[in-house]
Ligand binder design. Sequence first.
Ligand SMILES: *[C@@H]1O[C@H](CO)[C@@H](O)[C@H](O)[C@H]1NC(C)=O
Ligand SMILES: *[C@@H]1O[C@H](CO)[C@@H](O)[C@H](O)[C@H]1NC(C)=O
Ligand SMILES: *[C@@H]1O[C@H](CO)[C@@H](O)[C@H](O)[C@H]1NC(C)=O
Length: 358
Amino acid sequence: MASSSSSLFRCFLHFFFFIISQVQAANLPFHPRDVLPLLPRQVSWPVLNSLNSPVDLLPSFVGSVSSSNRIVNWKGACFYENTAWVEFHNKTGSEFGGGTLHIKVSYPHSWTCMDLYVFATPYRVTWDYYFLSREHTLEIKEWQDKAEYEYVKNRGISIFLMQAGMLGTLQALWDVFPLFTNTGWGENSNIGFLEKHMGATFEERPQPWFTNISVDDVHSGDFLAISKIRGRWGGFETLEKWVSGAYAGHTAVCLKDSEGKLWIGESGHENEKGEDIIAIVPWDEWWDFELNKDDSNPHIAYLPLHPDVRAKFNETAAWEYALSMAGKPYGYHNMIFSWIDTIGGNYPPPLDAHLLQL
Ligand SMILES: *[C@@H]1O[C@H](CO)[C@@H](O)[C@H](O)[C@H]1NC(C)=O
Ligand SMILES: *[C@@H]1O[C@H](CO)[C@@H](O)[C@H](O)[C@H]1NC(C)=O
Ligand SMILES: *[C@@H]1O[C@H](CO)[C@@H](O)[C@H](O)[C@H]1NC(C)=O
């Protein structure tokens, strides 16, 4: 494989399997094929047309391996007998050490076939392909942090089998990749995608590009509609906007405490471990991040409640709810489910719930 196509392939896999592994991490009854309609239309069409069945595109989940006593055995597309296990080691002498995934493939049905695998934890996605009958290893020098180490110990590394024939097909997905890169190119791709597929218009405002908000003018219940157009969240938001038909990809709510201090409640807040959680953040910290540190170049609209509605807003109840949700995980799996708000007619055409049940 040429290096450019291999890097774009990796990029796609990252997108695809990150969703799947996130969903699995949340232990939800969710099948990878459910992700297919979330791919942009002009991408999923060529892919679907070149396959016998949409299901061909989808990886199959083989199992999770965690340590030498949890070996899984399955039949691949090429190799009929396969075994895998994980061995923990500490070759680098780091705090949590690393691991080796052993995968032994045997009895290929022909000399030229190969099996393509994707290995995922919620913290990494890698892939490899095999066409020789023997034991292969995949080296993970170091677990990213305690969370990944614990995850692999308890839940294991997820293994997905892909159809090798789909390699070429994946090139049709070229269009989506730039949406996720944190560059001006990625940003323009997001804007281009929204203009083309949603008829959105983007007019550059005169400077300054931010206004000074006085905390005294903000009240509990006021709403912030946020649109991120760059980087990791930018790409996902673009897909989310396209699927849901909304122009904001993220929302937050203002809450004032009894001392008049302003707080922002938001989902998808990244904590120091890089996890996305629901958080209540002091206004100054939130605003400083959005103005100076948010690399997704967010567009933020401040929408105060109408005075009549504000009068009905129960601040005590809002705080109780916000505090009960603070710290809970909120990631791609919530986002995916938020797209699907009816059982039937919610998928971009031509996919519908019946086709998905295939
Ligand atoms: C790995 O080795 C280092 C240095 O000897 C030690 O501090 C660390 O606790 C070890 N980690 C594990 C997971 O055994
Ligand atoms: C915001 O406040 C700063 C400092 O008080 C001032 O320099 C700036 O012009 C203000 N910006 C706007 C858009 O009002
Ligand atoms: C506001 O919410 C609190 C807590 O849920 C409740 O006890 C109170 O009765 C509510 N107030 C009004 C005016 O509904």
